[in-house]
Design a protein around this ligand. Structure first.
Ligand SMILES: [Zn+2]
Length: 150
């Protein structure tokens, strides 16, 4: 049996240890009749991309590729597409399209026009027509938990 004590004194035996910054996997090896700890591997982090105010753009799609979370502005609805162009903002649908193209896991719409404060469901519905992953609209105090993938 391989036993390892981690920095904080936690005892780890054969198998897999999940720490806060890395995961360590132990394997049994043969070495003169003794067993050795063999390997440590880094964990994959989480990727979070925040758009700021913007029209949809290729650089953002590229930056958001495979992100765990994309926070994208969605100021307007389809009905206000001209306003979105004039003011260089995005619609919910456009934010959804960026999320789809970047294949993100989760989309949070923000910078929503005050006319949708009470009911942002129209923006969300339009985003969801483009993006099949989890999509929500942020609100004051909104918090997201991003689980690790492994
Ligand atoms: Zn703005």
């Amino acid at each position: 049996m391989v036993v390892l004590f981690t920095e904080n004194g936690q005892r780890m035996e054969n198998g897999f240890f999940r720490g806060s910054t890395a995961s360590i996997e132990t394997r049994l090896c043969s070495h003169g009749g003794q067993q050795l700890l063999e390997l440590a591997r880094p964990r994959r982090g989480r990727k979070l991309v925040i758009s700021g105010d913007t029209r949809p753009c290729a650089a953002l799609v590229e930056a958001a590729k495979d992100a765990d979370l994309l926070v994208h502005e969605a100021t307007f609805s389809d009905d206000e597409q001209e306003r979105a162009l004039e003011t260089k903002h995005s619609s919910g649908r456009e934010a959804g399209r960026v999320a789809h193209e970047a294949r993100v896991r989760r989309l949070v719409l923000t910078h929503v026009s005050s006319r949708y404060d009470v009911d942002p469901s129209k923006l969300l519905a339009e985003a969801r027509e483009e993006f099949r992953g989890q999509a929500e609209v942020a609100y004051d105090g909104f918090a997201v938990e991003l689980p690790l993938r492994d």
